[in-house]
Design a protein around this ligand. Structure first.
Ligand code: 5PN
Ligand code: ZN
Ligand code: ZN
Length: 272
């Protein structure tokens, strides 16, 4: 069987306040942080874990997050930079449906998309404090239209979006979705959040926390971000990831830490 390869795809940066990164701890002040996706070239197919943010969406809905994204940092640009073609991706796994993790899904219309069942339910009727997080529903045009209708908006017909309904596979529990690819339930940040453990032939396993841990400091000190559904569950999820990392001697890859990101190999380089 061929060896699995892992590519970290740079998706640009956003800005939030330090009190959002470290809930009730801070310090306050602008923090610019990276957004990235993970491309996995596996014997069973090409997998993409998260798809980053859509620049136009952020400028329209959250311009205060000051997005910086070059053409190479769009999902298509980043996949190409890794040496692959967007239309060849077989599976998109969304850790969760926050706008900075699903913004590129609409460019992967051929792929089967995978998410936690609880996440799919929650994003359709979010809590009031989750509305911005779930503001980009373009990963599912039917749901986007339903949302617009509820809000009394009339969306004009869009030939790009209206001809397409994604294939969605909903999962619960811990799942080995392909040999060496383990989805780990880490709820709290959102209702149905998955982290990803990737076993490789030539190195330590890689544990992608996604938003269960924004930063290395947050992971180490069990400080969650201010964006969450259930803070107690979110802290428990960090502890669960620590146990798994110890057991597998895995290397931790947090989601939004600029300093850590500088130490990651990004595409076209890869891990195997
Ligand atoms: C980067 C970022 N900005 C805003 C929100 C939000 O409201 O929920 C999650 C989130 C983010 O990850
Ligand atoms: Zn999130
Ligand atoms: Zn995020």
């Amino acid at each position: 069987m061929k060896d699995t390869k892992v590519y970290i795809l740079d998706g640009g940066t956003l800005v939030i306040d330090g009190f959002h990164v470290y809930w009730n701890r801070g310090p306050a002040g602008e923090v610019r942080f990276p957004v990235y996706s993970v491309l996995i070239d596996h014997a069973d197919g090409l997998y993409l874990f998260d798809t980053g943010y859509d620049y136009d969406h952020v400028m329209a809905v959250l311009p205060f997050e000051k997005p910086q994204q070059t053409k190479e940092q769009t999902i298509q640009g980043a996949i190409e930079k890794a040496g692959y073609r967007t239309q060849d991706i077989n599976y998109v796994i969304n850790s969760h449906y926050h706008f900075d993790h699903c913004g590129g899904n609409k460019h992967l219309k051929e792929a089967c998309t995978v998410c936690h069942a609880a996440e799919f339910g929650q994003c359709k009727c979010p809590q009031p404090f989750e509305i911005l997080g779930y503001s980009d529903m373009s990963f599912h045009p039917d749901m986007l239209r339903e949302k617009a209708k509820r809000e009394g908006k009339d969306l004009p017909p869009d030939p790009e979006m209206d001809v397409w309904t994604p294939k969605v596979e909903l999962l619960t529990g811990q799942q080995e979705i392909a040999k060496g690819l383990h989805l780990i339930e880490t709820p709290g940040h959102t209702a149905g959040h998955y982290s990803l453990l990737v076993e490789l032939s030539g190195r330590k396993p890689m544990l992608f926390t996604a938003d269960a841990a924004y930063t290395r400091k947050g992971f180490d000190e069990e400080i969650i971000s201010s964006f969450h559904l259930d803070p107690v569950a979110a802290v428990q999820s960090i502890r669960k990831l620590k146990d798994i990392a110890l057991k597998h001697e895995a290397e931790i890859f947090v989601s939004h830490d600029l300093e850590q990101f500088g130490t990651y190999k990004t595409a076209p380089a890869h891990y195997s």
